[in-house]
Design a protein around this ligand. Structure first.
Ligand SMILES: Nc1ncnc2c1ncn2[C@@H]1O[C@H](COP(=O)(O)OP(=O)(O)OP(=O)(O)O)[C@@H](O)[C@H]1O
Length: 188
């Protein structure tokens, strides 16, 4: 069975990942399953999150990373909606994804949006902590290795989704995750 394609979105809160996911699902002729860190986090009992937030979230993230592979192995395409930050609490998350999904067809997408627009969206939504997007933006794309970048301010969600759907992975899976894997090996 062919592995399902994995569109892996990484971006701050309010960058447009969920909107992009819905548009990708609408435009693509193929079904895509949505795996979001928010959904995995919300599977945990509130009490657990309140008492032991990072330990619980790390376990949720680990389960999510393994699920991505499970979906792909079942021949199901996946859109991953994630916020992987360069902070001690999330240490190893990106490496974990790279290790688990190294030989999988992953398109790693950097979802960009300028700070002023993130802050505007954050204010308009009213259901996000003010300042969260700025804090994340300063800690998110440091490694700089992606297959593709989209900008949800310069382009419409429709245009961003089309850019992703038009992207073709090299046949040998020589993708951002394989480059990240090489980088990790060099650092050992
Ligand atoms: N291109 C856009 N132009 C204007 N508003 C947008 C655009 N994309 C998203 N938004 C708005 O910004 C808000 C956040 O979008 P969305 O939920 O897609 O972001 P997200 O990255 O999934 O955020 P979170 O990680 O916090 O769930 C929503 O209110 C959405 O309508």
């Amino acid at each position: 069975m062919n592995k399902g394609l994995i569109i892996f979105l990484n971006g701050t809160s309010s960058s447009g990942k969920t909107s992009l996911t819905k548009k990708l699902q609408e435009l693509s002729g193929e079904p895509y399953f949505h795996l979001s860190i928010d959904v995995y986090e919300n599977m945990a009992p509130e009490k657990h999150l309140e008492n032991n937030y990072w330990d619980t979230l790390r376990k949720c993230a680990s389960a999510m990373h393994n699920s991505i592979r499970t979906f792909s192995d079942a021949g199901l395409n996946v859109i991953v909606d994630h916020v992987i930050l360069d902070i001690p609490e999330e240490n190893g998350w990106l490496e974990d994804c790279v290790k688990i999904l190294l030989d999988y067809p992953v398109v790693f997408v950097r979802v960009n949006c300028p700070l002023h627009e993130l802050e505007r969206r954050e204010r308009d939504r009213g259901d996000r902590d003010i300042g969260q997007a700025k804090w994340q933006l300063e800690r998110i794309h440091g490694h700089g290795i992606y297959d593709l970048e989209v900008n949800t301010f310069d382009n419409t969600i429709q245009e961003c989704a089309e850019q992703i759907l038009q992207f073709k992975l090299p046949a040998n899976y020589s993708n951002a995750f394989s480059r990240l894997n090489e980088k990790t090996k060099e650092m050992i």
